[in-house]
Design a binder for this molecule. Structure first.
Ligand SMILES: C[S@@+](CC[C@H](N)C(=O)[O-])C[C@H]1O[C@@H](n2cnc3c(N)ncnc32)[C@H](O)[C@@H]1O
Length: 180
């Protein structure tokens, strides 16, 4: 396990060395773009109050940073492999076109959190996951739907903690079988 700035870490990896990428980047742009209420849905990641919270500068999901991040993901991924990128609705609107420039988008998956959360108009109950490829690759299973109803984590340790079942479904779809 490595704790490092995402872009520096990716730059340190050789090209074509990664079998699958599952990424859930910081959504700081959401706060900057919201014109609702106080425009603050989540706090700063560095504000967790833990001593070990500042391993790196917080990733700002500006269009420039995001393009560099995704280009590095593309560089390190092997050919004919998959990437999953998590988005909330706001970052999907602004950043998904960059993902489409870099990867071949195959699905926009929806994580249905089952119970409503915050929201100034319709209350939020979902997030999105872009499923994309570098080259051609089938899913391991053709029976997984594109809406995943999985309850959010109750009493989470930090604001963005996601249920592990989401990531298990991604691995079910795309991980190499029988690789230790
Ligand atoms: C949306 S959260 C991911 C939550 C994670 N999927 C989970 O369920 O625990 C975004 C994460 O990106 C981390 N982060 C922020 N800036 C970063 C950077 N420059 N490099 C790597 N990670 C960063 C934050 O600390 C935060 O944990």
């Amino acid at each position: 396990m490595f704790q490092d700035d995402a872009i520096s870490f990716l730059k340190s990896l050789p090209a074509y060395s990664v079998d699958i990428i599952i990424t859930d980047p910081a959504y700081s742009g959401m706060n900057q773009r919201l014109k609702l209420g106080r425009g603050k849905i989540i706090g700063k990641y560095a504000d967790t109050g833990k001593d070990d919270a500042k391993w790196f500068e917080e990733f700002h999901d500006t269009e420039g940073n995001y393009r560099v991040f995704l280009q590095q993901c593309y560089r390190v991924l092997r050919n004919d492999r998959h990437i999953y990128i998590m988005f909330d609705s706001y970052s999907l609107l602004s950043l998904a076109p960059i993902a489409r420039d870099v990867f071949e988008i195959k699905n926009v998956l929806c994580w249905d959190k089952a119970n409503i959360g915050l929201g100034h108009y319709f209350r939020r109950r979902h997030e999105f996951i872009l499923f994309a490829s570098k080259g051609k690759r089938h899913l391991n299973s053709k029976s997984i739907p594109d809406v995943w109803k999985i309850k959010r984590v109750v009493a989470s340790q930090y604001p963005t903690q996601k249920p592990t079942e989401i990531f298990e479904l991604m691995l079910k779809g795309s991980a190499e079988k029988d690789v230790a």
